[in-house]
Design a protein around this ligand. Sequence first.
Ligand code: 5GP
Ligand code: MG
Length: 177
Amino acid sequence: MTHPPANQLEIQFTRERIESRISELAAMLNQDYNGREIVVVGIMSGVVVFLSDLIRGLEVPVRLEFLNASSYRGKATSAGELAIDLSGLPTLTGKHVLLLDDIFDTGHTLSRMIEVISVMKPASLKSAVLLWKSERNETGLTPDYFGFQIPNRFVVGYGLDWDGLYRNLPDVRIIPE
Ligand code: 5GP
Ligand code: MG
């Protein structure tokens, strides 16, 4: 399949809807963390747009860390081997850690992250995702915070890519099957 022009892809969530939902998420987080310092750990690269919008709504002290995980390769729209790169991540012992990812699909990425970070004995460990393909969950895990539940379709934009493209689209759009 070639890469269709972005404006030919059906919109799933407009930038306005995403913006207002992210304000609600930020408000929930501000209330729940209640002034406590948090370490936001973003899973690269799909999270960058969501992360940069969400953290600017946070009113608690925030530290930022990133780690690399990729489960998709090239043009495939189904998951392959999960590769995690923890190098550069400081010890998170005693910290309130908020794991951030763009989308929760099978749940394998977040469940592996939770495993490796739990070992560091954080004070608390929660997860937030923009999108949640809730029909697909293979791990029994659910995200603590999510923006929207979506059906099992491959989406792009707002940080999410297909074959490296479309991350810059302001809306979330659907790749036709
Ligand atoms: P999981 O491990 O939960 O199956 O997959 C999570 C990762 O798969 C996400 O971080 C994201 O990189 C990728 N992913 C899952 N579904 C989609 C999708 O619909 N579109 C894109 N672009 N990436 C997806
Ligand atoms: Mg990802």
